[in-house]
Structures are given as C-alpha cells and as structure tokens.
Write a protein that binds this ligand. Structure first.
Ligand code: NAD
Length: 269
C-alpha cells in the first residue's frame, strides 16, 4: 500500500536554496513530495548539487538564478515556474545575508543591501506568490490551503543584536510583513508563517561554530546545548507547509534550542 506524501503534487519555490538552510529546506520539501524550484543568486554549481541530491532521492525540480531584491528577476522566476509547473503552492522566503558593522560606522550601502535582500526580497516574492494563490484558489486534491508562505526570519526578530542593527531591523520587518499578509489573506485560506531559527550550522555564521572555543561560547546562548542543523529547520518547514498545520497562521515558529529562554538566568541570573 502506498502512502501519499504530505506535499505530493505541490510546487515549492525556495529562495537562496544553493546553501545552508535553503538547501536543507529544499531537500526536506522534496522528500515530502514537492517539486522544488531551487533559486540561487550567484552559485549555479551549488544549486545544481542541491538539485542532483533531490533527484537522486527520487525528487524533482529545477534551478533558477534570480536576485530576490530585483523585481524583474523575481517576475522571471515565477514566470519560469508557471511555464514548467503551471502554478506554485509553497514559497519559502529564505534568501538573506548579514553585513555586520558597528552602528555608528554602518554605511548606507550596508544598511540598504541587507534591507533590499532580507525584507524587500521577501515582499517581492510574497507578492507574486499571493497573486497566484488568489488566481488559483484551493485545490483540495493537493492542500486545504490556497497557498503557503514561510518566511525565514530569526530569533533576532525579537532579540536585539548589537553590531547587527541592519539585520535585526530587517527581521523585525519580516515579522510584521508576515503577520500583516497573514491577516490580509487568511479569509482566502492563504497561510503565512515564519520560522525563527536560532543558531544553525551554515556558512552565514561559521565564525560562531568553526573552532571549539567559539562553539563552546555559542553554547552559552543555547539551553539545549547543541547548535541547530539545517535538518531541524527542514522538518519545521515541511510541517508548516503541510495540512498538519492547517489551522496555524501568522506565527513565528522558533526553532532555536531554547535561545529565547533568557539562558543568562540558567544559574539563577
Ligand atoms: P547562507 O549564507 O548559507 O544562505 C543564504 C542564501 O541566500 C545563500 O544561498 C545566498 O546565495 C542567498 N542569497 C543571498 N542574497 C541573495 C539574493 N539577492 N537573491 C537570492 N538569493 C540570495 O545562510 P543561512 O544561514 O542558510 O541563511 C538562510 C536564511 O536563514 C537567512 O534569511 C538568514 O537570515 C536566516 N537565518 C539563519 C540563521 C543561522 O543560524 N544560520 C539564524 C537565523 C536566521
């Protein structure tokens, strides 16, 4: 007897899927049965490697270059997706970066670059996804929702982060973007949620886990006493994208080993 996979017949676009969390989520969605559009901005080889992994595990998809901060690139990515698969069911708004600097030394370029990719990029992709979800409506053979958007936020949508004001401001923005869209389109059965990763082992934060000293220091911030892996985020994304979470809308699901639990108070403060 064959059991239908949770995301069978659905199409997912994953932005920034050539590396780190995006790559992990792309593979997890494919394992759950979705066809995956593997977006990348500058590393076609890495994106192809992710697609090869997906295909070798029986999944399907294609790679596409698009800078999510460029409107025309985003329009082209959605157009190509519709050409190949007719529609899209799931958007993982994952692409993001850091340009760290002391605040008084932060250049306008560093500020704008982070906002353009982390926040405006999520706006542009979400807008195109919502248009398609509204056009298509619900197809109950695939899902009880008309479409799902998952925004990759961060614990820094709520934890202030000295030396990273542009990044934490962008993630605070993602939180209100996510909630506002969730509220606006809930009546149309479109679900919009975020994942708030804590520290996940990826290239974005390699300095924090690369050496034993750095890793031990990092663990002071994590009550669960281990760094997160991209598979932890992949499982959360599959759940948020599937009908298992059909009544969940407008939340941030923190996947952080307890980082938000004020670990400084572990020993009575
Ligand atoms: P990463 O650097 O491995 O991945 C980021 C991805 O975004 C890369 O594939 C990169 O090519 C892509 N990207 C950057 N600019 C882009 C653009 N203009 N257009 C399209 N793609 C672009 O880092 P990661 O840790 O996997 O980060 C993924 C997301 O998770 C980011 O939004 C990040 O803020 C968030 N996050 C990560 C952590 C963590 O601990 N790793 C924690 C909280 C939040």
């Amino acid at each position: 007897m064959s059991t239908k996979k949770k995301l069978s017949g659905q199409v997912a676009i994953v932005t920034g899927a050539s590396s780190g969390i995006g790559a992990g989520v792309a593979k997890a969605l494919a394992q759950a049965g979705a066809a995956v559009v593997v977006n990348y901005s500058s590393s076609p080889d890495k994106a192809e490697a992710v697609l090869t992994d997906i295909k070798s595990n029986g999944g399907e998809g294609f790679t596409i270059r698009a800078d999510v901060s460029k409107e025309q690139d985003v329009l082209n990515m959605f157009a190509e997706t519709f050409k190949r698969y007719k529609t899209v069911d799931i958007l993982i708004n994952n692409a993001g970066l850091q340009k760290d600097s002391k605040f008084h030394e932060m250049t306008l370029e560093e500020w704008n670059r982070v906002m353009d990719i982390n926040l405006t990029g999520q706006f542009l992709c979400a807008r195109e996804a919502i248009k398609e979800f509204l056009r298509r409506g619900i197809d109950e053979t695939k899902s009880l929702s008309a479409g799902k958007i998952i925004c990759m936020s961060s614990v820094h949508e709520v934890i202030p982060w000295a030396g990273h004001a542009n990044y934490s401001a962008s993630k605070g923005g993602v939180m209100m973007l996510m909630k506002s869209i969730a509220q606006e389109y809930a009546p149309q059965k479109i679900r919009v949620n975020s994942i708030g990763p804590g520290a996940i082992r990826t290239p974005i934060n390699h300095a924090a886990w690369q050496t034993p000293a750095a890793y031990n220091n990092l663990l002071k911030l994590i009550p669960s006493k281990r760094i997160g892996e991209v598979e932890d985020i992949g499982r959360a994304a599959v759940w948020l994208a599937s009908d298992d979470s059909e009544y969940v809308n407008g939340i941030t699901l923190f996947v952080d080993g307890g980082m938000l639990l004020y670990p400084g108070f572990e020993d009575n403060g």
